[in-house]
Design a protein around this ligand. Structure first.
Ligand SMILES: [Zn+2]
Length: 421
């Protein structure tokens, strides 16, 4: 563990720390940004963690409208860096970091990397971009704090990634979750065998949804143990939590974040085990502290018990998707990740697929184009009936040869919705 004492705090101590830090966070907002304080309201004095429920919510839209500095709670001259969301849907969310915020980010990322087994002996190759997107720098700060040797190559250049991996003895990598597929594909074309030709043992992947079936394929294909890391620009970047060797849920660092799971309709808290919207309050952020930020991500608390790995911080399930990622076809709601799980169960299916939604004569049509290994072109009927059995609607499945689908730069392209809403 990176910080054994903090990572194994008793539930009482954790709650005590959360209450103390919640008070400090609210005090900071009230002292530094009266408009922000007025927006969230809340009682004059916080007596227990339950008092959090009398505060208002923040949404992603609120944070976008606050661009660049309207919700910040530290003097402008104390900021040392910024990160932003991609802004593909308009104004981005900007997070401004003080020195202490960078230290906080380093700390939670170092914990995440250590949870995955990274030590100062590792050679850590960082594959997300170094830029406004938080991935590259997040891994950098964490691996620096641990003292691993960093290869800061950033995104893309897959052939160079593989060459450095072999020549410099890379043992651990961090990447967005679809990138290992690209690495495996290029490695295969080159005749590179990860087990034989590299020292790779750990992969830490995030920023995209990936199914357990995809994880199994990555682990087998790259001869690694793969970990799922979570976090977002709003919460201060990647590092909010990670799953551990016990593979029994994703630990969320409770001394830094307060997590609620709420019914998306009523905003009432849901019992542990039930899926609802993840709502995050930051407890140690200064530049952009968040009070009851509605993430739009669906999740459930799996356990608050001490984990087999020794950590006491609560565990949530793997993400299934944002509420707005949910797709409705022929009256059936599903997440693209569910389709991925069904497809990848078949050994003949490759790692790339597209879900194309159209509307013809007022009716939804769902076409799934999936790459298959040679000799598996007749899988379409079987996949079609599997999808009907599991999800309850008919999709047109088209099998194509491996390599037929375009490989996008950056994030994976899984779903194309051509319906006009
Ligand atoms: Zn654990």
């Amino acid at each position: 563990m990176h910080q054994p004492e903090l990572e194994t705090l008793s539930p009482d101590r954790l709650q005590g720390l959360q209450l103390e830090r919640l008070e400090q966070t609210i005090e900071r907002i009230r002292a530094q940004n009266p408009d922000y304080a007025a927006r969230i309201g809340g009682p004059a004095r916080i007596r227990s963690l339950d008092d959090l429920r009398s505060f208002g919510f923040l949404t992603k839209e609120d944070l976008r409208q606050a661009y660049p500095f309207a919700l910040t709670c530290a003097p402008r001259e104390s900021f040392v860096r910024i990160q932003t969301s991609s802004g593909t849907t308009g104004t981005p969310v900007l997070n401004a970091y003080t020195r202490d915020d960078v230290a906080q980010w380093s700390e939670i990322m170092a914990r995440c990397l250590a949870t995955a087994g990274v030590t100062s002996d590792d050679v850590f190759q960082i594959m997300p971009s170094f830029g406004l997107f938080n991935g590259g720098f997040g891994f950098h700060f964490g691996a620096s704090a641990i003292g691993a040797m960093i290869i800061p190559i950033g995104a893309g250049r897959t052939e160079l990634q593989l060459r450095l991996m072999q020549e410099l003895g890379t043992t651990a990598i961090g990447a967005i979750a679809s990138y290992p597929l690209r690495l495996m594909e290029v490695a295969q074309a080159q005749g590179l065998d990860f087990a034989r030709d590299t020292k790779l043992r750990i992969g830490i992947f995030g920023a995209e949804l990936w199914s357990d079936e995809m994880r199994a394929r990555i682990e087998a294909g790259m001869n690694i143990r793969a970990y799922d890391i979570i976090g977002m620009t709003e919460t201060g970047g990647v590092g909010l939590g990670i799953d551990c060797p016990a593979r029994a849920g994703t630990h969320v660092w409770q001394d830094h974040y307060l997590l609620e799971i709420l019914d998306p309709k009523t905003q009432e808290p849901l019992p542990d085990g039930e899926r609802g919207e993840m709502v995050i309050t930051t407890l140690t952020r200064q530049g952009l502290p968040l009070v009851r930020f509605r993430t739009g991500d669906f999740n459930a608390i799996l356990s608050r018990d001490k984990c087999a790995c020794g950590r006491t911080h609560l565990r949530v399930d793997r993400l299934t998707g944002r509420i707005d990622d949910m797709v409705k076809v022929k009256g059936v709601n599903f997440y693209p990740k569910q389709i991925e799980s069904i497809l990848l169960k078949h050994p003949g299916v490759g790692n790339d697929y597209r879900i194309i939604l159209t509307r013809e004569r007022g009716k939804d049509e769902c076409q799934i184009v999936v790459e298959v290994q040679p000799g598996y072109r007749d899988l379409d009927q079987e996949l079609r009936s599997d999808i009907y059995e599991r999800l309850g609607f008919h999709a047109n499945v088209q099998t194509v040869a491996i390599g037929s689908l375009e490989r996008p730069m950056g994030k994976a392209l899984r779903i194309i919705d051509r319906r006009t809403h």
